[in-house]
Design a protein around this ligand. Structure first.
Ligand code: HEM
Length: 84
């Protein structure tokens, strides 16, 4: 979904915020996003071989960083509201 929406990521925001809020229910903690990001990039590198160019790596890092920050922010905001 993220790849097919690359030219219009803004439209994905609400979906991704909802996804972040659901992840709180899966027991996901903020620090898990960094570990999963490292694992995702490593997996793509193993699978893509020569196609894992510096440009591809930078693009995936940016997309994962963007999606995970939207998810983290939505999850943190929901947890702050629940704690208030
Ligand atoms: C950009 C980051 C991530 C994306 C795009 C993503 C995406 C998804 C999607 C689409 C689902 C299917 C369920 C749903 O739609 O609610 C899911 C489930 C799940 N994700 Fe993530 N996720 C991300 C990060 C993480 C992280 C950091 C963890 C922590 C280890 C995690 C753990 C889980 C778990 C435990 C489930 C439920 C699996 C199940 O019970 O079937 N995710 N994720």
């Amino acid at each position: 979904m993220a790849v097919s929406s690359l030219d219009n990521l803004g439209a994905l925001s609400k979906t991704v915020e909802d996804l972040g809020r659901r992840h709180a229910g899966y027991g996901v903690k903020d620090g898990h996003y960094d570990s999963v990001g490292v694992a995702l990039l490593w997996t793509l590198e193993q699978g893509l071989g020569k196609a894992w160019t510096p440009e591809a790596a930078a693009a995936w890092k940016e997309v994962y960083g963007l999606l995970s920050s939207i998810m983290r922010n939505a999850q943190q905001a929901a947890q702050a509201r629940a704690a208030a």
